[in-house]
Design a protein around this ligand. Structure first.
Ligand code: NAD
Ligand code: TYD
Length: 359
């Protein structure tokens, strides 16, 4: 008899969003086995998963999604009923410096997973019955909006990616839909706006700036700081993914967003206000750290999401309001300076060696 009612493979579960999702699934579904597949690149950190690593319904598999043999072998052993795919190269600036790494993981890696899932599921008597492949993507595939134009990205908005990162994610979205349309695989695609919260690698705006304020280092604002992003608390993204994976209609796409647009410079000033207050500094202490630097190449002006479909069809809305989420986030980084030191020094990389090698 099967010990677990269902097995879900999550890729990229040691990363920022993936680790919040894995923790949520492991805790909320003790009758489901969660298999975390992650290559542990610079962005993967098993310390993020400490609190669930010894739970009976959690397994970690170190593997590169671009390695077909490794993925095939893991799928043959665990026979997942579903895949939630988050593993990716995720930082726009890195994609500008090294686009091929993004094609490799985000495009080739996704195709490898689709093929491994297809091979497994088509070999089963029930084939695709009860199976799901959920691809986690970004709103950046839709391109950019103009500030003040009142428009929002909808699920039907034309794809118009600009950066190598968003182009690679757009490509992977198309491949996932192709596996639905061609082979009948039950797929789901979600496109989410910018996430923030604990455990985000400090190369992204919010954790980078909290770390820099903490160390009294300059805060490099690209261009004039006029670009606009929609921010969603990471645990709300995890709850939306849980909802879509379990209740979404196969073949569908859902946009996920926070209905929370900020101009970068306004967000940076708000962040400074919160960090200074948490550090006990007089208001305005860290404003002098703001440093305008050369703009990012091809910098998208505005992202904004219409998340009414997921609300209407699945009843999901964000639970965390921005002031609360931002303060919790700031508190977490200030209270976890060791985590920040480890990821910035690279010391986190030997956690796998220490924890898993001799098991
Ligand atoms: P992240 O960079 O924090 O984590 C990525 C994870 O994938 C890491 O654990 C890394 O080790 C793993 N990984 C990378 N390459 C791999 C490979 N070849 N094989 C196996 N594992 C590999 O990313 P994140 O911010 O948590 O984003 C997760 C997903 O969500 C991505 O697909 C991203 O495109 C998407 N997304 C992110 C945001 C955001 O604001 N961060 C918003 C919308 C969508
Ligand atoms: P980022 O966190 O890299 O997310 P994304 O590029 O996926 O939206 O950046 C968020 C915004 O902040 C984006 O408009 C770029 C800007 N930014 C800076 O101004 N300075 C920085 O050092 C970083 C990392 C980002």
């Amino acid at each position: 008899m099967k010990q677990f009612r269902e097995t879900i493979a999550v890729t990229g579960g040691a990363g920022f969003i993936g680790s919040h999702l894995v923790k949520r699934l492991v805790k909320n579904y003790p009758d489901k086995l969660i298999v975390n597949i992650d290559a542990l690149t610079y962005a993967g950190n098993l310390e993020n998963l400490k609190e669930i690593e010894s739970m009976p319904n959690y397994v970690f598999e170190k593997a590169d999604i671009c390695d077909p043999e490794a993925i095939r072998e893991i799928f043959a052993r665990h026979r997942p009923d579903g895949v939630i795919h988050l593993a990716a190269e995720s930082h726009v600036d890195r994609s500008i410096a090294d686009p091929l790494a993004f094609v490799r993981t985000n495009v080739i890696g996704t195709i490898n997973l689709l093929q491994a899932a297809r091979e497994l599921w088509e070999s089963m008597p029930e084939r695709y019955e009860g199976k799901k492949f959920h691809h986690v993507s970004t709103d950046e595939v839709y391109g950019a909006l103009e500030p003040g134009d009142g428009l929002l990205f909808e699920e039907t908005t034309r794809y118009q990616p600009h950066s190598p990162y968003s182009a690679s994610k757009a490509s992977s979205d198309h491949f996932v839909r192709a596996w639905h349309d061609t082979y009948g695989m039950p797929t789901l695609v979600t496109n989410c706006s910018n996430n923030y919260g604990p455990n985000q690698f400090p190369e992204k705006l919010i954790p980078l700036f909290i770390n820099n304020i903490r160390n009294r280092r300059p805060l490099p604002v690209y261009g004039k700081g006029e670009n606009i992003r929609d921010w969603l608390y990471v645990e709300d993204h995890a709850s939306a993914l849980d909802k879509v994976y379990h209740e979404g209609a196969p073949g569908s796409t859902y946009n996920i967003g926070g209905n929370n647009e900020w101009r970068n410079i306004d967000l940076v000033k708000e962040l400074i206000r919160v960090v200074d207050s948490e550090l006990g500094n007089p208001e305005g202490t860290s404003l002098d750290l703001i440093t305008y630097v050369t703009d990012r190449k091809g910098h998208d002006l505005r992202y904004a999401i219409d998340a009414s479909k997921i609300e209407r069809e699945l009843g999901w809305t964000p639970a965390t309001d921005f002031p609360e989420g931002l303060r919790k986030t700031v508190r977490w980084y200030l209270d976890n300076s060791e985590w920040l030191e480890n990821v910035t020094s690279g010391a986190y990389a030997d956690y796998y060696e220490r924890m898993y090698r001799n098991r």
